[in-house]
Design a protein around this ligand. Sequence first.
Ligand code: IPE
Ligand code: IPE
Ligand code: MG
Length: 268
Amino acid sequence: MERKETDVYLRLDPARLPQHIAIIMDGNGRWARRRHMPRVAGHRAGVAAVRSTVETAARIGIPALTLYAFSEENWKKRPKTEVDFLMRLLCRYLQAEIKTLNENNIRLKYIGRQHELPESVQREMEEASDATSKNTGMLLTLALNYSARSEIVDAFRSLAEAAARNGGLDHMQVDEQTISDHLYTRGLPDPDLVIRTSGEMRLSNFLLWQLAYAEIYVTQTLWPDFRGVQLLEGIEEYQKRDRRYGGLGPDGHAPQSTSHRTHAEAKR
Ligand code: IPE
Ligand code: IPE
Ligand code: MG
């Protein structure tokens, strides 16, 4: 760990690390523009940020990290040259990273409409997730061609299909748990912390269901400048927050000091 990273790490409470962190990696284009470079140079520089963030998260024992790499809207609304570049960059990242992911015991998965991506990209994706499927450490999820609204649409379709197979729509069970179980993120705990880089104050169609009670941390840092130390700073800020889940503090007011309740405790 570099010096600064160690300093921030020592200020953290290791017993209260977020169990799932989600990151909206934004600002690649602005990073490049400031340097009078083409937008794609920002995407290329963003890979080093991914490496550092993933490595630090795994090292400090974060169980799950989800990175918003590419939205369905990005795929539909950006010039073909930029989209093609991102696809090539993704393939190169996957090939180059398998070794490091395995060394760090990281399992790789994806969320998003994978089947709409080019077949060659889908093959690389499968190869990388297969190659890391036996790892037992951090779960790294890449959101690729992801849209939270599409995810919810797909969940409802899959709920209806499951009901049709099990005696018809009269047997369709709809509650929070069954909806969660039909999302792409089934099995994952909801993120405790969502980080967005480059100062934008919006969710941009990311994990709308799952982020219901996540703490939001927005940093001005542009994604290509983000490193493990900035991740730790985000966690430090997270640990100062009061998570109330709609409730009150022990004295019947919103607590003045940091509440350390877990989700389960707060629900009681
Ligand atoms: C984030 O950077 C990467 C993707 C969305 C793929 P942007 O490309 O959105 O960068 P800005 O927001 O234009 O600076
Ligand atoms: C969100 O960033 C998507 C990803 C980081 C992949 P965008 O740059 O696409 O979001 P908007 O357009 O600013 O909302
Ligand atoms: Mg952007």
